[in-house]
Design a protein around this ligand. Structure first.
Ligand code: ADP
Ligand code: MG
Length: 219
């Protein structure tokens, strides 16, 4: 089991945001978390990350990139804690060829290799999202927790990202508000509305009534 929540409530101060959530997620599942803004997707994903920090790569909604560093450095950062301090400092000043090659290969998959030496502050929203995705693809973790990672990407690039993350990670939990992308790419769909799970089904069992409901909870 990757996650098991039983009657789990998540609060900010006195305010309960997610109420009595029951959720079990097995290793290997690919899950889309759907719901409109304010429904609790980010709160739930962050809580899942806190439960499995060691095994998870997390892409927060605000991406967590360092704007005045290059795309290369932001992606290299996934390995800061596995490399020595000396090696990290050397790569900060002058990236090693080996590291540039590794990062470039990841960026090529996301059609972003021409930006490898650009500062993150000079990128568009979609390019920043792909940089955060590349950082996760460079992270040796089994679980990906991604919070609306493709909201600024067109359909083709969204699909490229989905294919790459599903290929790399054993377990994927991804907040989205695009119902079509969710049903096409994920084995299981969880609908959140106002802090409650209103739907939790295998994508293959989703009926047209469920689809209508999902469109409504994502509006
Ligand atoms: P979503 O990601 O689906 O847009 P969030 O998880 O961000 O939803 O928010 C769910 C609810 O929690 C909202 O009502 C929001 O106002 C509240 N909330 C989010 N972050 C905080 C916070 N740091 N402090 C207090 N309330 C928060
Ligand atoms: Mg959110």
């Amino acid at each position: 089991m990757a996650f098991y929540l039983e009657n789990h409530t998540i609060s900010y101060g006195e305010v309960d945001i997610l109420n009595n959530i029951n959720l079990s997620i097995k290793k290997g599942e690919k899950i889309a978390l759907l719901g409109r803004s304010g429904s609790g997707k980010s709160t739930l994903l962050k809580n899942l990350f806190d439960l499995q920090k060691k095994n998870s790569s997390y892409i927060p909604q605000e991406l967590g990139l360092i704007n005045n560093l290059s795309v290369f450095h932001n992606i290299y950062m996934a390995h800061l804690d596995t490399n020595s301090t000396f090696y990290n400092i050397r790569n900060l000043i002058k990236p090693a060829k080996k590291e540039l090659t590794i990062v470039n290969e990841i960026l090529e998959k996301l059609f972003l290799n021409d930006k490898i030496l650009s500062k993150v502050s000079q990128l568009s929203g979609g390019q920043k999202q792909r940089t955060a995705i590349a950082r996760s693809l460079n992270d040796d973790k089994q679980i990906l927790l991604a919070d609306e990672p493709i909201s600024a990407l067109d359909e083709n690039l969204s699909q490229v990202v989905m294919d790459n993350v599903k290929d790399k990670f054993q377990t994927v939990i991804c907040a989205l508000h695009n119902v079509d992308i969710a049903l096409k790419n994920f084995d299981r769909v969880i609908g959140l509305n106002d802090g409650k799970i209103v739907l939790d089904k295998c994508s293959s069992e989703i009926t047209s009534i469920d689809t209508t409901m999902l469109y409504n909870v994502c509006k």
